[in-house]
Ligand binder design. Structure first.
Ligand SMILES: NC(=O)c1ccc[n+]([C@@H]2O[C@H](COP(=O)([O-])OP(=O)(O)OC[C@H]3O[C@@H](n4cnc5c(N)ncnc54)[C@H](O)[C@@H]3O)[C@@H](O)[C@H]2O)c1
Length: 439
């Protein structure tokens, strides 16, 4: 398919399995929310795929359909959920421990949550050091573990009568890792599975199993996972979409709202300090320096791309950027973030911006999981394979083709996403030029 051709999109009919490695705070909040929406008890707040409209054609045409009516997405009633975790808790018990949902909401969706028990996980302590659980697969080598996941996916599909599946990683953040020799080609990766190469992380085994099973894979954590030549090769070979990394939910969401604004007005930046306190299991995992490094790398990447210090040295050269996450159990999932931003204006006079975001991590992340599941399935049915850069909107550390830098500016990301949806349906791109209204 050439880049310009309007794709044929297969029907969205049938059941869509949403497979979630990691049934913790984000996953259970996501599933609970979908069930509440299905019961008509809440609107799908925070979900573009469900609530946002898309303008088509000229402003005078007044065509603004809902995205979910414009492109053929699976409906929420078509979704079935499954997943893996190292703990044996079903989703109700996991939600109870995560402490995100009110007792009233939890009880309302209890039957569904209780019905979802985790499959045995592929886990390696070295990659997530602070937690350990009993619900873990054993195998002779990593190839056997991958095969066991492939079998899980096939069994889940058969048991639930799924026509298609998508996998969205909601597991813990793994330790920091750069792509190595074993990730350089599919052949080396498969040899590495056989030899249980220590550089193959659990998340990569899930991604491999998904892609071998014809299932698109999106990565909600900052782990390397599919950001390697080996798994990108497999995605291309099997014509499957992949996307990542790391949900852009709280502080980085704020950052990518503010930074493009400061840059647009050519205001300078001398420093940006971001502090966080977080008390959920994610916070506990990130308390380990090797795991925090993965998150830090992901959180730091946005500003340089947005400010382009190379082009604007007087404004953005040498700004100081620091990100801290402190594990503070009393707050649970209710993260508090502080941003202190030192900027300067006309004649170099300094000013400060303070942002104090009292957010709820999983409440912000859950609608992103929904949108990613639906859009990855759409991409798959539209024959779009490899990195789905048009879904950068959802990620702190977007994956992009090797020769380009990733786009971080949320407004460019949104425009790109909507233009991609227009392209999928053969509608005109919107450039916002608008001169024709004044001819
Ligand atoms: N909540 C947010 O706003 C947000 C934003 C960006 C990224 N994330 C990332 O999303 C992920 C999930 O966040 P959360 O708050 O739900 O964390 P969580 O700790 O509540 O849940 C993660 C679950 O993954 C399980 N797990 C770990 N390794 C596994 C493996 N190999 N196989 C199966 N299960 C495994 C853990 O046991 C845990 O239950 C984390 O990596 C987090 O960094 C979250």
């Amino acid at each position: 398919m050439s880049v310009r051709e309007t794709p044929q999109i297969d029907s969205a009919a049938g059941k869509l399995g949403v497979l979630l490695p990691g049934l913790g705070a984000v996953s259970t909040t996501f599933i609970a929310g979908v069930e509440m929406i299905r019961k008509g008890l809440t609107p799908p707040i925070g979900s573009l795929s469900q609530m946002s409209r898309i303008r088509l054609g000229k402003r005078t045409e007044n065509r603004n359909p809902l995205i979910r009516e414009f492109v053929p997405l699976a409906g929420l009633d078509q979704l079935v959920f499954g997943g893996w975790d190292i703990y044996e808790d079903n989703c109700y018990e996991a939600a109870l421990k995560a402490g995100v949902l009110s007792p009233e909401h939890r009880e309302t969706v209890r039957p569904l949550l209780e019905s979802i028990a985790p499959m045995k996980a592929v886990f390696e302590q070295r990659y997530v050091q602070r937690i350990n659980g009993p619900n873990v697969k054993q195998g002779k080598n990593k190839r056997e573990l991958a095969e066991a996941l492939i079998q899980d996916i096939a069994d889940f599909k058969a048991a639930n009568g799924c026509d298609r599946c998508v996998m969205v990683w909601c597991g813990s953040t793994e330790i920091f890792q750069k792509a190595g020799d074993v990730h350089s080609s599919l052949e080396k990766f498969e040899a590495g599975l056989e030899a249980s190469d220590p550089d193959i992380a659990p998340s990569q085994i899930y991604a491999y199993a998904a892609l071998k099973s014809g299932v698109p894979f999106a990565n909600g954590a900052p782990n390397l996972t599919v950001d390697t030549p080996a798994l990108q090769e497999l995605a291309k070979l099997n014509k499957l979409p992949i996307a990542g990394k790391d949900y852009k939910s709280g502080q980085t969401f704020m950052k990518t709202l503010l930074a493009p604004g400061l840059k647009a007005r050519m205001l300078g930046l001398s420093g940006w300090f971001s502090g966080n306190i977080l008390g959920n299991r994610d916070g506990e995992v990130l308390d380990e320096p090797a795991n925090f490094k993965t998150k830090e790398d992901s959180k730091l990447s946005a500003l340089d791309v947005i400010f382009q210090p190379k082009f604007y040295p007087e404004l953005y050269k040498d700004y100081f950027h620091k990100v801290r996450i402190e594990y503070y159990p009393p707050r649970g999932d209710n993260k508090e973030g502080w941003d202190n931003i030192d900027i300067f204006g006309w004649m170099g006079y300094p000013m400060q911006i303070k942002v104090n975001f009292l957010c709820r991590d999983s409440i912000l992340a859950a609608p992103l999981v929904l949108d990613l599941a639906l859009f990855m399935d759409l991409a798959n049915r539209a024959g779009m394979s490899g990195i789905q850069e048009w879904l950068s909107f959802y990620f702190k550390s977007p994956m992009a083709a090797k020769e380009i830098y990733p786009e971080h500016d949320i407004f460019i990301q949104l425009m790109k996403m909507k233009n991609t949806l227009r392209w999928m349906k053969g509608e005109e791109m919107i450039t916002h030029l608008g001169l024709e209204y004044y001819d």
